[in-house]
Design a protein around this ligand. Structure first.
Ligand code: C5P
Length: 255
């Protein structure tokens, strides 16, 4: 199942606590292509082709390489998560959703903290587009802990804030969520039909870097994640293919 098979703003099929058990391991792993140019990104794609089928294009790569990197990945048959984390006034975000619609990315992110009006505008824009990407609302960044959140004036815990934002997104008609694996189980209980995408994935022993709310691939899936986003544990590995294979094997253990 790919998100683009859903009518964009309809509730997706129910995912149980183990995620979508019919999906193959490669359907659950999204490799974040956080590179400064298309050449380096595509060199990694070449190494992972045949094992990985989902790639994430985030701000670093998109701002350097533009639409063509998305078009290249789509032409090569990959599923693309366009992680632009749109966050602006409703009219501008709706326009941005329409602007990238032609790329036929499979998923597109907006920031849930943009609020109900912005999220509704994004959902309505997507609903008016044929083969629109599945919108995902980013709740609380996995790089934020309670102290980071408090510094922005939010005294709730990251989990409470993430759940609040998820409910706001849901009410606006967005059924996909990006959250940390730490709150995935709670999200799955409260919003059982949502698509849960979890960055902050670190295989046991991996360097955590700037991420704060992390978990292993197996524990994220057990908590109810449908998709795992993995960047540096693969992209910075001495052998990215081995690193991806190890994560895919770990995913298999949760089937
Ligand atoms: O290298 P690492 O595995 O930490 O990369 C995580 C990826 O997921 C990055 O591309 C980052 O932009 C993205 N992401 C995140 N936290 C979110 C949403 C997206 O880390 N809440």
């Amino acid at each position: 199942m790919t998100p683009s098979e859903h009518a964009p703003q309809e509730a997706p099929a129910r995912h149980d606590a183990q995620g979508d058990s019919a999906a193959k391991p490669a359907d659950k792993l999204i490799v974040a292509l956080d590179f400064p140019d298309a050449r380096r990104a595509l060199a990694l794609v070449d190494r992972l082709e045949g094992r990985c089928r989902w790639f994430k294009v985030g701000l670093e790569l998109y701002l350097a390489a533009g639409n063509s990197i998305v078009e290249t990945l789509k032409k090569r048959g990959f599923s693309v998560f366009l992680d632009l984390k749109l966050h602006d006034i409703p009219n501008t975000v709706a326009g941005a959703v329409r602007s990238v619609a032609g790329l036929q990315a499979d998923m597109l992110t907006v920031h849930a903290s943009g609020g109900p009006a912005m999220l509704t505008a994004a959902a309505e824009a997507a609903a008016g587009i044929e083969k629109a990407p599945q919108l995902l609302a980013v709740t609380v960044l996995t790089s934020m802990d309670a102290a980071q959140l408090a510094a922005t004036g939010i005294s709730s815990s990251p989990a409470e804030q993430a759940l609040r934002l998820a409910e706001v997104a849901r009410a606006a008609g967005i059924h996909g969520l990006v959250c940390s694996p730490e709150e995935a189980a709670q999200m799955r209980r409260v919003l059982p039909d949502s698509i849960l995408v979890t960055p902050g994935i670190r295989p046991a022993g991996a360097t955590v870097g700037d991420q704060k709310r992390v978990a292993t691939p197996a524990s994220a899936l057990t908590a109810g994640a449908n998709y795992l986003v993995v960047g540096r544990p693969i992209t910075q590995a001495e052998n990215p293919l081995f690193a991806a294979e190890a994560i895919l094997s770990e995913i298999t253990t949760v089937h």
